[in-house]
Design a protein around this ligand. Structure first.
Ligand code: AMP
Ligand code: ZN
Length: 137
């Protein structure tokens, strides 16, 4: 299903032009217009899924294979030193476009892309509680 009000549906299906690095029946990989680092790309399914939790299982499985294939080509072509796959779900997690997408971000020594977090703290008790809560679902 497509969402007529969704910009990524329109880009993924070619209604809005994009710089496309890869396309097949199910996905399009485009260059991000606000790149964190040179070559930052977005993998978009052609069907509309708002986020990871709505994603069809078969599409989810294929997404990682496509991401791997395109990431390998990008890393070689651009001479990247490393590579991040980033995928945000929900405003609290930094999602701004509510059509599932995976960020493919080539990384270079000293690129200052800043995709990191400050390690926090936990306790054995809280780790045990988290394990209990998740396993109870
Ligand atoms: P997120 O914050 O995970 O939802 O990521 C949204 C990403 O989409 C950001 O990195 C934006 O720079 C990018 N973006 C938004 N609109 C466009 C567009 N029309 N073409 C390419 N990238 C876009
Ligand atoms: Zn969409």
């Amino acid at each position: 299903m497509k969402d007529g009000n969704c910009i990524f549906c329109k880009i993924a299906n070619g209604e809005i032009p994009s710089t496309t690095l890869y396309e097949d029946d199910d996905f399009r990989v485009i260059l991000d217009l606000g790149p964190a680092a040179r070559g930052h790309a977005l993998l978009l399914p052609k069907e509309h899924y708002a986020n990871l939790f709505e994603l069809d299982d078969a599409v989810a499985a294929k997404a990682l294979v496509v991401a791997k294939t395109v990431a390998e080509k990008m890393k070689k072509a651009l001479g990247a030193d490393g590579f991040n796959l980033v995928q945000n779900n929900g405003e609290a997690a930094g999602q701004t476009v509510f059509h599932f997408h995976m960020h493919l971000i080539p990384r270079y020594e000293n690129d200052n892309a800043g995709i990191s977090w400050k390690p926090g703290e936990t306790t054995p008790e809280d780790m045990a509680e988290i394990k209990r809560l998740v396993e109870a679902q």
